[in-house]
Design a protein around this ligand. Structure first.
Ligand SMILES: Cc1ncc(COP(=O)(O)O)c(C=O)c1O
Length: 760
């Protein structure tokens, strides 16, 4: 038993009834209420009026009870919009009375009127409620601004100024947990407290002390003034925020809503806003440390473990965000550093940006920060990014950002000079590929890579023709639009050029061949095309992206490559979307087909957002291209790009991201398949690692595409904070290709969100 708990009173309900009768002249029934260090009884008299009988811990000093009573008087008289309990005096007119227990120990007893309400912890935290809480806290702090009491100038364990009192308990935590908590204490110890205005605060607006009206829309009152203390005023808000964030999917955004409403009532200074996240973090740290200490004294207390869990979950969740993220969100929520409004940005975009570009979502997003698998909008809301395969190792990975900025500050030239980053990168990149693929051209985009691949193939074969797969997209240049049915057969397209042959998409769900031999069957179209018009190249993605996340059936590329090579053509694997470990089982998606291409093209993930691309081919093809005309690329392969490329490869290796793609991909695939079992709208689910898609159909027999539904789901998921997008020729496939740091917990969130949206 912990010392404070040891001093808790232990009156029976009968004794409480006797106290009510003897000291207050009330005939009541009594029900015990939970309290750790005091004892509280809910009383009801014969007229139905209700009270709380509060029997203080024997350690509690009389002046602390006086502080609470006086503060209640101030709050009751102020315009806080809340209902405050009134003090019921004894028959002899005293607000506090000492009462003896059977054992002889004396305890101070008070009686308050009852306030109805539901615990904040037990209601859904809608935006209106969060705003109401912020407003209530702001009003309470304002009301107590001029209040003083000698007892408030005490040294209280829970005062965030004394967070370091929790430090000795760090030793009770497991290493991993200590590593998460220690920085929270370091941060609060480094705060400049003299910059923070002080006043007496409530100090314990936790989710069980905040009562909400029956509708769950408004805060009714804030109970338990037992932790009142004079300290930095902003601590009151910070303590509340620590509890507001518990269990929230987007804790920082929820806290920001409370902070913004608070700021409207009691404007926070810059220093206060900047201290908020540190102070809230300190409260969490103190809470888990104190709990570890309590558990040491009462290891059998399962309740302590359970109540501690949400705090740990929150600490883990917050640890994911880079330092300064929450502070920036709070600043913007409070109207500081206000970003331009989305409306203004749209106007200038419409005026000056080429109009042949669409924007995502019905209500466009204004994204201002990225971190790992999250994006943050200008309103401070975090989104789980399930589609961005460019931010391959996670948005704004610090190792990649550091590699770029350090090299940028040192030197950025071109490939006409020797440079160790260039040589190292060429070695490292080719080491990931099968032997014959040993010659690299470094370029600046996926389009440049495919454009060059086309030139290489044409130079090597002396031919023009290209075989491509239905709905393929290979890039935005003239030559690539000509080999991209997605474009030339799409809006504004001018149809298939004569030198291009389009073969059917090897789709085993909707296509002509759906049986075990479908790989070979679909490859026959490539073979006949190659025979009819021997091509320079066969371009094919190793899993089809724009075509709607279509996985190639087994044997497709092997048979197709054999046929193309037999006709003297070159096989190009477009790995722009699929490469760098996304496949999970293999580093390159073409490896899942057991083939070795003649040319591989890379883009998107290669630089984690830095504009890079690469073409890798055999020495023979490279020799055919070396006809005297130089290939120079001003930016391709510059030292900054090579430093970035190396950092990306390092992170994939050091963080085990290919393995994570396998694990999280398989886990998500199972989740999506289970979902398809419950929702007939999902006709097909397909995946290889973290490259997944699911196709929506109105009828599983006719496969009538559900494009409107797909678009609706994507927009509704965005409202839930999860970013997805649609693709496929019928616009009915929802694609999933997140940064490779996407884990099982993210998969759960995604599947739960989809389930919710699909249930309507
Ligand atoms: C399969 C594929 N190839 C090539 C490209 C062109 O890459 P970039 O936009 O970097 O030029 C894309 C872009 O979406 C692509 O998806």
């Amino acid at each position: 038993m912990t010392p404070v708990v040891q001093h808790a009173p232990a009156f029976t309900p009968e004794e409480a009834i006797r106290i009510a009768a003897g000291y207050y002249g009330l005939a009541v029934s009594a029900t015990p209420l939970p309290s750790e260090r005091d004892q509280n009884f809910r009383l009801r008299d014969t007229s139905g009026a209700q009270f709380v009988l509060k029997i203080a811990n024997s350690e509690e000093a009389l002046e602390i009870l006086d502080l609470q009573n006086k503060a209640l008087g101030v709050l009751g008289a102020a315009d806080t919009g809340l209902v405050w309990p009134r003090i019921v005096r004894t028959l002899s007119g005293n607000p506090v009375v000492p009462v003896g227990e059977a054992g002889g120990q004396a305890y101070f007893v008070r009686m308050l009127t009852w306030v109805d309400g539901v615990c904040f912890a037990n209601v859904q935290h809608r935006a209106a409620l969060l705003a109401s809480l912020g407003c209530a806290l702001g009003k309470v702090d304002r009301a107590l601004m001029g209040f003083s009491h000698p007892a408030a100038n005490r040294k209280l364990y829970w005062d965030l100024r004394h967070a370091s009192l929790a430090r000795p308990h760090l030793a009770l935590l497991a290493d991993r947990r200590r590593a998460q908590v220690e920085p929270l204490l370091d941060a609060v110890e480094a705060l400049n407290w003299s910059a923070l205005p002080q006043s007496v605060i409530h100090g314990d607006a936790n989710d069980y002390n905040i009562l909400v009206d029956e509708a769950g829309a408004q805060v009714a009152t804030i109970l338990d003034l037992g932790d009142m203390v004079r300290t930095a005023t902003v601590c009151n808000l910070a303590i509340a925020l620590a509890y507001v964030m518990l269990g929230e999917q987007d804790p920082i955004a929820a806290a920001a809503q409370v902070a913004a409403a608070y700021h409207r009532e009691r404007p926070l200074s810059d220093a206060e806003i900047d201290a908020l996240d540190t102070l809230a973090g300190a409260r969490l740290a103190m809470s888990v440390c104190y709990c570890a200490w309590q558990l040491r004294h009462a290891p059998e207390n399962e309740y302590l473990n359970i109540s501690n869990r949400p705090a740990w979950q929150l600490i883990e969740k917050l640890a994911v965000f880079p330092s300064g993220w929450a502070r920036d969100v709070f600043r913007r929520a409070c109207g500081l550093d206000a970003p331009p409004t989305p409306g203004a940005l749209l106007v200038s975009r419409r005026k000056h940006l080429g109009p042949s570009l669409s924007i995502s979502y019905r209500e466009p997003l204004h994204i201002i920060r990225g971190w790992r698998q999250y994006l943050c909008d200008s309103g401070g809301r975090a989104y789980l990014d399930c589609v961005n395969n460019v931010a391959h190792v996670g948005h704004c990975h610090p190792r990649v950002a550091r590699a770029a900025s350090e090299q940028m500050a040192l030197l950025n030239t071109n490939t006409r000079y020797l440079h160790e980053h260039l040589s190292a990168y060429l070695e490292r990149l080719t080491a990931t590929l099968p032997g014959p693929l040993s010659v690299v051209y470094l370029v600046c985009s996926g389009s440049e890579a495919n454009e060059l691949a086309l030139r290489l193939a044409r130079a090597h074969t002396g031919r023009e023709g290209v075989i491509v797969v239905e709905t393929a997209y290979h890039g935005n240049t003239n030559a690539l639009i000509d080999i991209s049915p997605y474009k030339f057969d799409g809006p504004g397209g001018r149809g298939r050029p004569a030198h291009v042959t389009v073969v059917p998409m090897p789709d085993v769900y909707r296509g002509r061949h759906r049986k075990a031999d479908s790989g070979a069957r679909y490859a026959e179209y490539v073979a006949s095309a190659a025979m009819a018009a021997p091509p320079a190249a066969f371009f094919c993605e190793s899993a089809l992206s724009c075509a709607g996340q279509v996985m190639l059936p087994a044997g497709y590329l092997r048979n197709a490559y054999d046929a193309v090579r037999a006709a003297g053509g070159v096989c190009v694997a477009d790995e722009v979307q699929t490469g760098f470990g996304r496949a999970g089982s293999h580093f390159w998606m073409f490896e899942t087909q057991g083939v070795v291409p003649d040319i591989v093209t890379l883009g998107k993930p290669i630089g984690n957002g830095h504009p890079m691309g690469a073409v890798i081919t055999t020495p023979e093809i490279a020799a055919s291209f070396a006809n005297g005309m130089e290939y120079f690329n001003t930016f391709g392969g510059n030292p900054v790009s090579c430093a970035v490329g190396l950092a990306v490869l390092d992170v994939i290796r050091d963080e085990g991201l290919q393995e994570n793609a396998r694990d999280a991909g398989e886990y998500l695939l199972k989740g999506l398949k289970d979902l398809a079992g419950r929702h007939p709208l999902i006709g097909d689910v397909r995946a290889q690692g973290l490259f997944l898609g699911f196709e929506l159909v109105r009828d599983r027999e006719t496969l009538e595409p559900a494009a409107d539904e797909a678009s609706e789901i994507v927009n509704r998921m965005k409202e839930r904070g999860i970013l997805l997008s649609t693709d496929g020729p019928l616009h009915n496939v929802i694609k999933i290709k997140p940064p490779l740091v996407f884990g099982r917990a993210d998969a759960d969130l995604l599947v739960d969100g989809l389930d919710g949206v699909l249930r309507g």
